[in-house]
Design a binder for this molecule. Structure first.
Ligand code: SME
Length: 150
């Protein structure tokens, strides 16, 4: 793990320790993540509510997809299959639901407790193929930290 990713995870751990209110915790995690790596154009957290992924908070432009049923789009697929999904070129994936016309790549990481899906972290980039193993590591570890406070 790079030092930058380790430092971001430490900042997230500290924020989750210091803040007691859940909504504020989730806003703070998004704020830290959105600045942590180059090319995070849109960063958000969805929470699962009665089979629907509901946008909790985001940094980036408003999206028309504030509520996504399980199984729809990349977000719904990641929730249904309980696994992280990286889309290096959104124009080549017919499952992709467009949030912004400028988006070129996307990563979605489920927030899991055991096999139960609690929500997701979703990051979009205006750069093609913007996400690598470091992003996957950062977001999957962050999802594990979030799962502990939900
Ligand atoms: N692109 C997502 C929809 C959410 S917006 O990107 C914020 C999807 O395909 O599920």
């Amino acid at each position: 793990m790079s030092r930058a990713v380790a430092a971001t995870l430490e900042a997230i751990r500290e924020a989750l320790d210091e803040i007691t209110e859940r909504d504020e915790q989730l806003r703070r995690v998004v704020a830290i993540l959105s600045k942590s790596r180059p090319n995070y154009t849109w960063t958000g957290i969805y929470l699962l509510d009665a089979g629907m992924l509901v946008l909790h908070n985001q940094i980036g432009l408003p999206t028309p997809h504030e509520r996504i049923p399980i199984g729809q789009g990349i977000c719904g697929l990641a929730a249904r299959e309980r696994r992280s999904i990286v889309v290096p070129d959104v124009t080549r994936d017919p499952r992709y639901l467009a949030c912004s016309l400028a988006t070129r790549s996307e990563i979605v990481v489920p927030i899991l407790r055991g096999t139960e899906v609690l929500g997701e972290i979703d990051v979009d980039s205006d750069r093609l193929d913007a996400f690598d193993d470091e992003d996957l590591r950062l977001l999957e570890e962050t999802a594990g930290l979030i799962a502990k406070v939900l």
